[in-house]
Design a protein around this ligand. Structure first.
Ligand SMILES: [Cu+2]
Length: 169
């Protein structure tokens, strides 16, 4: 008998992947796909432009889970950042502070929204401040190793914020 406590943690991505492949080769069916495939797509991603000398920026956008299983995001990255992290904004009294999120679950067929004032992707240790008109690649990676990248345009503020501002004039 195998003592379940003696097995390696099921959360090990490599272990899970090694297990998946033989199952797929054996069954050669759609059940294999639904078991193994995560489908993540970016929508409306953008990166905030920053003035010269800035060492941080942030990325926003909508990440859609098109698969029938929960996807657990564990890593974010960008070509311009030596250290990217998922943050949320927490109100403490009348103060706002940011806290790092180790992972975020996206339920089947649900979306995860990164937006100013809410959850966002913090881009730390940036090599050069992003300038409006450029695009910056940002990537999100799940615990299972699924990687979703997009070329995000650099803007001063959220597209909707631009609209709202325009309406005031
Ligand atoms: Cu932050």
């Amino acid at each position: 008998m195998t003592d379940p406590m003696m097995r390696r943690p099921l959360s090990s991505p490599k272990q899970g992947y090694a297990f998946t492949i033989p199952v797929c080769l054996f069954s050669m069916g759609l059940s294999c796909l639904s078991y193994a495939e995560e489908m993540l797509h970016w929508k409306d991603a953008w990166v905030r432009s920053m003035p010269p000398g800035a060492q941080v920026s942030a990325a926003y956008g909508i990440l859609m889970n098109h698969s029938g299983q929960t996807v657990t995001l564990s890593t974010v990255s960008s070509e311009i950042s030596g250290n990217a992290a998922m943050h949320e904004v927490i109100a403490e009294g009348d103060q706002l502070r940011m806290a790092e999120l180790e992972s975020i679950d996206i339920a089947p067929h649900e979306t995860l929204i990164f937006e100013p004032g809410g959850r966002h992707i913090m881009l730390l240790d940036i090599a050069a401040p992003p300038v409006g008109g450029e695009t910056v690649e940002i990537c999100a990676v799940s615990v299972a190793g699924t990687r979703a990248c997009t070329e995000a345009p650099v803007r001063r503020q959220a597209p909707s914020a631009d609209d709202t501002h325009a309406n005031h004039h």
